[in-house]
Design a protein around this ligand. Structure first.
Ligand code: FAD
Length: 358
């Protein structure tokens, strides 16, 4: 049965999807996959819809909302444990579960909306942690091969806000994730100035795990990085652009103008997209397109209001990117995913470590 994607995305934008299927019980996957394979178009997997900009015309193929829940813990050697979660488990509840259990590794990822499975698509990260830092394996359904596959981290092409799941969206649906975490009462070292200030600790300190997790939630709320339940910024998908890679010359120009530049985990120089957008003349609260405004707290988050459409939101993205390109020569890439049917034809498939039919 069809549903409006606007009812399942945090932007509350998007036309119909038919069929719209909800995957709730892991054991039902083989039947659901068989059902979906009867359609000629590849499916779109939907988690919490917090990084999805769905088209006004909807999605032409099946949409599967991943709603499986469940977390299990297995002891490994010494202080290590393996935490297994279903793909539909909210990332926030997974983080809270691990913090309550004195397990360190994802404590800085609290307050990010969405599901555990989707977090691997753009290698979701914050405050110096990325979800892929702790992953040991992912169980995914391979629509190309028609079977469930275990993918090792090395197969997944993780990088700054990217993975093979993002570059080849039609190929796999993540069903279950496994993380390796460490038993500890203290958090990983604080590496972000904002967080260090919020916790009143120096950079490099290892605060108690619950304090670190709460500090993240407080800092996110304070800086407009949380999803408000109501108000003018309630309909949003977080930051709308990735921090762009820059050449050494561009990095020097950004730094000379007082802007932040950092190296990502692969060593690439990246400028702050938020700073670039503000430098280009967009400020919190500014209207960018019909019904689309920079959020009240930060220009890098766009909020959809009453008469917004996916088309006007896309126009807003184009306007911001065009102005940044014109003023700095730096190209921005949107962060939210725009679902479109993309048949997977890339033959360079990383060899799965293990495969078994559903
Ligand atoms: C207020 C706010 C703050 C945010 N802060 C951050 C942040 O700090 N850091 C950050 O990285 N992101 C942030 N985000 C973006 C977003 O929350 C994350 O990227 C999140 O991991 C997306 O999860 P989701 O379940 O909502 O994804 P969705 O929007 O449902 O899906 C996103 C992508 O993942 C795919 N997908 C979903 N589930 C699966 C699956 N099981 N298997 C395969 N593909 C799947 C979809 O097809 C789509 O391509 C923020 C968003 C908001 C609204």
């Amino acid at each position: 049965m069809g549903e409006l994607l606007a009812d399942h995305t945090t932007l509350r934008l998007g036309g119909p999807a038919d069929p719209f299927l909800t995957h709730t019980h892991p054991a039902d996957w083989p039947d659901l996959a068989q059902d979906v394979r009867r359609h000629s178009l590849t499916p779109y997997a939907l988690g919490g819809g917090s990084n999805t900009l769905a088209d006004d015309t909807g999605y032409p193929g099946p949409v599967i909302r991943m709603a499986t829940r469940g977390i299990a813990v297995h002891a490994l050697e010494d202080a290590l444990v393996e935490v297994i979660a279903q793909a539909g488990e909210p990332l926030g509840s997974l983080v809270a579960f691990t913090v309550a259990g004195n397990l360190s590794g994802i404590e800085y990822l609290g307050g990010i909306p969405g599901t555990a499975g989707a977090a691997f698509v753009q290698n979701t990260g914050a405050y110096g942690q990325e979800i892929a830092d702790t992953v040991t394996r992912l169980t995914a359904y391979d629509w190309h091969l028609g079977q469930t596959t275990i993918l090792q981290p090395a197969d997944c092409g993780f990088g700054y806000r990217t993975s093979i799941f993002k570059s080849r969206p039609s190929r796999w649906t993540i069903l279950e994730i496994a993380l390796r975490l460490t038993r500890s009462r203290t958090a990983a070292p604080v590496t972000y100035r904002h967080l260090a200030d919020a916790l009143s600790v120096p950079i490099g300190a290892r605060p108690p795990l619950p304090d670190a997790a709460q500090g993240v939630l407080d800092d996110r709320r304070h800086r407009g990085l949380s999803l408000p339940g109501s108000g003018p910024d309630a309909r949003q998908a977080g930051s709308v652009f990735l921090n762009p890679p820059v050449t050494p010359a561009q990095a020097a120009a950004v730094r000379a103008a007082g802007g932040p530049v950092h190296r990502d985990q692969s060593g690439h120089l990246r400028a702050s997209a938020g700073w670039l957008v503000e430098q280009a003349g967009f400020h919190p609260g500014a209207q960018v397109a019909p019904g689309v405004f920079c959020s009240e707290r930060r220009a890098l988050t766009l909020a959809a209001r009453d008469d917004a459409t996916a088309a006007s939101f896309t126009t807003a993205l184009q306007r911001l990117a065009a102005r940044v390109l014109a003023t700095t020569g730096i190209q921005l890439t949107p962060e939210p995913v725009q679902p479109h049917h993309a048949p997977d034809s890339d033959p360079a498939v990383p060899p799965p470590a293990m495969e078994f039919p559903v």
